[in-house]
Design a protein around this ligand. Structure first.
Ligand code: NAD
Length: 545
């Protein structure tokens, strides 16, 4: 059954207003529903077959660490066999999936989107439990997953249409985009539905087949997505699901000579390692692997002397502490003109103190736990280091892991340029405040990192904004608004330098990374004299490729 929705214009999925009692009730019910499903066993899925393994690993609720979310067959136990089986299944499925019409492939995405839309709170509730998203953050993630499906479906249809190329007399020239082959999909845990689903289905809609290795911190939501793919009848073997560690399953996938491309989103360290491994040609390999790697950030908000300080303070607090600072786009550096530093900080501190920290299952919670013990430890270490290197702790700084991995929203003022807390991604609710002498100095500080993902400038001065437009070197730059909250279609997303390959997820060029252009030129109505031209010294075409 086709949904016939392919020609509608793309529109972003609206966010849920939980201040409406009916929406809040629906979310509470979904939370109860998910609670009743916690702790179940989940298999590896190869070619549609569910394979239960004796060895298991568990996914936990970060805010209630004794609560098990799901028990997963751990592919690490027999990684080589399983990874090979999954790649072989995907290779076999590729033979037919690549020939399925683009419109039909897109229709699978539209139907998946419709299912998520209908059970939106159910999927959001899984994220509340598995990764500690507040209601609003989880709802945003679910909406983004829907957007990716709707957007990439339409994009594939666009790419399948006749492509504009120069026509010359006597030839019928056509350029078409064909899929690459079998891809490894390696997502992070922090947008466990949206990014996982977007990365997987972008590849799939282009005609590729995949092996999905979910993050060990968020495998349940990925499995729930596999259930949707089963429900829509996606052919077996198009998406295979292998939960296991990055260091075992992930490595084997990346190294396999049968993998044609790797779609990765995660940390800089892992991304660089994958990039290097993918560049090695292994026995039997017939291609150069393509790597799409979207990595970390050290994102800054610049607040100029001529800014609306109330708006800036709100934007900074939302971008620094939303989802506990665990967004690649999170504001981890506030660079403020020294003339407005004190006034701005007073506002930022006041708003930070208003944040309600608690369980993500409660509607009023603004902030909750960070993802795991390692993240908790790293955050506390970074806070100590920030002070050792001259920073002044003005809010927060305390962690409590008795029940879950709670870190208070933390602001370190007087941070020096080039200090560790100013340079390295922490991925926790830790904001470094750096004073700038003037706007040029602020831009200099902002650009002085290895990264280049997002950034924002608050200023009423058009000339300064124009300067930032040219000089602030980030993939996603925002003026007079926060640096988080990119919307599919409106804000194609991806960063420069060590933030990755700038793939621009949710943008028009994203799908090109999962396809290759094939040009077919057919000579039409060839005349006798033209056919004699072949070895003619005067033939200009002989000089070109
Ligand atoms: P991570 O790098 O620890 O893990 C990402 C994925 O890689 C996981 O599935 C993991 O199991 C796998 N992995 C780990 N080691 C591997 C290896 N050796 N070989 C193959 N796979 C391996 O990152 P994370 O903690 O899941 O996510 C947080 C990071 O992701 C942050 O740095 C954040 O900035 C970044 N991120 C970037 C974007 C973006 O669009 N630029 C979006 C979201 C998150």
């Amino acid at each position: 059954m086709q949904t016939q929705r392919t020609t509608d214009e793309f529109k972003n999925e609206p966010f849920t207003d939980y201040s409406k009692p009916e929406n809040a009730d629906a979310m509470r019910q979904a939370i109860e529903q998910v609670k009743s499903e916690l702790g179940r066993d989940y298999a590896v899925i190869v070619n549609g077959e569910k394979i239960e393994l004796d060895k298991k690993f568990e996914s936990f609720n970060p805010a209630e660490k004794s609560q098990v979310i799901g028990r997963f067959s751990d592919a690490d136990a027999d990684a080589e066999t399983l990874v090979n089986r999954a790649i072989d299944a995907a290779t076999e499925a590729f033979k037919s999936w690549r020939n399925v019409r683009a419109e039909e492939r897109a229709d699978y995405l539209f139907r998946a989107a419709q299912i998520i839309r209908e059970r939106k709170h159910y999927y959001s509730a899984w994220m509340v439990f598995e990764v500690g998203k507040t209601w609003a953050e989880a709802d945003g993630d679910t909406a983004e997953a829907i957007d990716f499906l709707e957007f990439y479906g339409r994009e594939m249809i666009r790419y399948a249409q006749k492509q504009p190329i120069t026509q010359i007399a006597g030839e019928d020239n056509r350029l078409e985009y064909i899929p690459l082959g079998v891809g490894a999909i390696i997502p992070p845990w922090n947008f466990p539905l949206a990014i996982m689903c977007g990365m997987t289905m972008a590849a799939v809609v282009c005609g590729n087949t995949t092996v999905l290795k979910p993050s060990p911190d968020a495998p349940t939501i990925a499995y729930k997505f596999m259930e949707i793919l089963d429900e829509i009848g996606l052919p077996k073997g198009v998406v295979n699901f292998i939960a296991g560690s990055g260091t075992k399953v992930g490595e084997l996938l990346v190294q396999s000579p049968k993998i044609r491309f790797i779609s990765f989103t995660g940390s800089k360290a892992v991304g660089l390692h994958i990039y290097e491994e993918a560049a090695k040609t292994r026995e039997g390999q017939r291609w150069m692997k393509r790597v799409v790697a979207e990595m970390g950030g050290k994102d800054a908000i610049i607040v100029d002397a001529e800014a609306d300080l109330d708006a800036a303070a709100t934007g900074v607090v939302q971008a620094a502490f939303g989802f506990q600072g665990q967004k690649c786009s999170a504001c981890s550096r506030l660079i403020v003109d020294e003339s407005v530093h004190d006034e701005l900080l007073e506002k930022v501190v006041a708003l930070t103190k208003e944040l309600k920290i608690g369980s993500p299952t409660e509607a009023e919670t603004n902030m909750t736990a960070v993802i795991n013990q390692k993240s908790f430890d790293n955050a506390l270490k970074a806070i100590t280091k920030g002070q050792d290197e001259g920073g002044k702790l003005i809010v927060g700084g305390v962690g409590d892991s008795s029940q879950g991995f709670y870190i208070e929203p933390t602001i370190i003022d007087e941070v020096k340029e080039k200090s560790t807390v100013e340079q390295e991604e922490i991925f926790a609710p830790v904001l470094a405040v750096i004073k700038a002498k003037d706007f040029d100095h602020a831009l200099e500080i902002a650009n002085d990192t290895q990264y280049g993902l997002t950034g924002a400038v608050y200023s009423k001065n058009e000339e300064k904004l124009e300067k930032a437009r040219n000089e602030f070197h980030v993939g996603n730059l925002y003026f007079n608004r926060k640096c988080t909250g990119a919307l599919v279609g409106a804000h194609p997303f991806g960063g420069f330098n060590m933030s990755g390959t700038d793939s621009k997820a949710g943008g028009r060029e994203y799908l090109l990374q999962f396809m290759q252009g094939k040009l077919v030129s057919e000579k039409v109505g060839a005349t006798k004299s033209e056919s004699k031209e072949v070895l003619n010294a005067g033939d200009t075409s002989a000089k070109a490729f």
